[in-house]
Design a protein around this ligand. Structure first.
Ligand code: BES
Ligand code: MN
Ligand code: ZN
Length: 507
């Protein structure tokens, strides 16, 4: 894990592998961002010109390396693009800082220590730069043979980040860095879980990791195995897991604070591998389906982060874990499942499995009558078609709650968009044999899935559903602080929701 500290040291005297500075797009070419004063001065105030000569414009994503000026202990200066320079008097936006810091960490993979001389006018800037640096430094190499050789090739994550120009003794700065570290470390843990191959991360293995983390962070944890699920009548989770050699689990993680006034329940879809089951996915659609537990990973990370931050709120995380496989014992299209809520579901397509495991977990969460329930799931391909690969959809049974969630997401730098739950789509799920079918009209498939989930929310409970099928797994190249593979989508939004709930500003 990359270390993060604040320092009052000057850029020139610091022993490091690189000094990171910011460069932005000004009206007449690149401009050096605040924080880089000492470096610019050592270049006779001509750093912007030097960068322009090297082809830098200040655009987002840009990373330009140049030798450090004489007298500097660090050998290298790395200039990262911040995008358009802000208007006079305005600061750089948090997301621009986060992304630039992420680009810097990635560009410095293989280095030991880097000093970040980016704008740190306020504590929030330190939080953004710190978070971006830690998230950008992430790499998943647990399965690469010979990690030492990999690090010689320069792919080991940047080991140490020092933020210059902040106020290390100021409480707000200290708290900002502490929060950034807790959130980024837990988010990176979620990424690890998503990237883990499904032959190693089955439901029991996931549950065991949750138990370890619960112990380490003072959380209560309860794991229902297949016997307990059968005894309790969890027909949805059992039905989805029926075809797999690895039995399903329902994990409940509880964080509580003695001064808590509110209770937030988080529910995550945890399909450790989605083959589609008997309604088997064709080749081309199953290669990335280890990511189908991203919702559970996000919930897991958010509950642990809430505990590490000591938030004054009770947060319960429910991980609905199963592997969706075809076999002689698998649920067939045509089967009827009796769910934990007592409702019956005709399974028309075994590939619409996420809503089945979530339905049981949502009903279980409802029994505790929390102030609000938020579920997170890689639920539908339709949501990816609608919103693309970087934006998650937000549906809810309460318009104000849905709006509050999109605002919270924006605050932490996650892209989301409100989606409706049109009542007329419900009749497409009418079943001749059961209370509801697990599939409806193809058009608006993401909304149909949301309508299905709504049937399993206890009366009067505020609920929202985040469909992260698009942003959960990055199949393209890395950008900003987002790596290839598992992204940790929605973790920061969930943590923000827990903070807002603690403050009494939500639900
Ligand atoms: N896990 C998939 C959804 C998915 C698709 C996640 C692409 C990430 C990327 C889900 O279980 C699924 O298969 N959904 C079906 C539902 C359909 C059969 C009603 C879908 O979207 O095609
Ligand atoms: Mn599926
Ligand atoms: Zn799925």
């Amino acid at each position: 894990m990359t270390a993060l500290t604040l320092s009052t040291a000057g850029a020139s005297g610091l022993r490091a592998d690189a000094i990171v500075v910011g460069v932005a797009q000004g009206p007449k070419g690149p401009v050096v961002a605040p924080g880089a004063g000492a470096v610019d001065k050592a270049y006779d105030g001509k750093l912007a010109d030097v960068l322009e000569t090297l082809g830098a414009s200040g655009a987002e994503g840009e990373a330009t390396k140049l030798p450090a000026p004489s007298g500097f202990k660090a050998p290298l200066v790395l200039a990262v693009g911040l995008g358009a320079a802000p208007e006079k008097g305005a600061g750089y936006g948090a997301e621009a800082l986060r992304r630039a810091a992420g680009v810097a960490s990635r560009a410095l993979a293989g280095a030991k220590k880097a000093a970040f001389a980016l704008p740190l006018d306020q504590a929030a800037d330190a939080a953004a730069v710190g978070e971006g640096a830690l998230l950008g430094a992430y790499s998943f190499d647990a399965y690469k043979e010979n990690g030492a050789a990999a690090s010689r090739r320069g792919s080991a994550p940047l080991a140490e980040v020092v933020l210059l120009g902040g106020k290390p003794r100021d409480r707000a700065y200290k708290a900002a860095v502490e929060r950034a570290v807790a959130v980024a470390e837990e988010l990176n843990r979620a990424r690890d879980l998503i990237n883990m191959p499904p032959n190693d991360l089955n439901p029991a293995a996931f549950a065991a990791l949750a138990q370890d983390a619960a112990k380490a962070n003072g959380l209560k944890v309860q794991v229902l195995d297949e016997k307990a699920l059968a005894k309790g009548g969890y027909g949805g989770i059992l039905g989805v897991g029926a075809g797999s050699a690895s039995a399903p689990r329902l994990v409940k993680l509880s964080y509580s604070h003695s001064k808590a006034k509110k209770h937030l329940a988080l529910v995550g879809k945890g399909i450790t591998y989605d083959s589609g089951g008997i309604s088997l996915k064709p080749a081309g659609h199953n290669e990335t389906m280890k990511c189908d537990m991203s919702g559970a990973a996000a919930v897991f990370a958010a509950v642990v982060a809430a505990a590490r931050l000591g938030l004054e709120v009770n947060v319960t995380g429910w991980l609905a874990l199963a592997e969706n496989m075809p076999s002689g014992s698998a649920t067939r299209p045509g089967d009827v499942l009796r769910m934990f809520s007592g409702k019956t579901v005709e399974v028309l397509n075994t590939d619409a499995e996420g809503r089945l495991v979530l339905a049981d977990a949502l009903w279980a969460a409802s029994q505790e009558k929390p102030d609000a329930i938020v579920d997170v799931a890689t639920l539908t391909g339709a949501m990816v078609l609608a919103l693309g690969s970087r934006t998650f959809g937000v549906m809810a049974n309460d318009d104000a709650f849905r709006a509050a969630i999109t605002v919270a997401a924006e605050e932490v730098g996650e892209e989301s968009w409100p989606m409706p739950l049109p009542q007329h789509l419900r009749k497409g799920m009418d079943s001749p044999v059961a209370d509801i079918a697990n599939m409806g009209e193809r058009m608006g498939g993401g909304l149909v899935a949301g309508l299905f989930l709504r049937e399993f929310i206890g009366d009067g409970i505020t609920w929202a559903h985040l469909d992260i099928a698009g942003p959960a797994f990055n199949e393209q190249g890395p950008y900003g602080y987002t790596p290839k593979g598992g992204t940790g989508s929605s973790v920061r939004t969930l943590v923000r929701l827990a903070e807002l709930t603690a403050a009494g500003d939500l639900g």
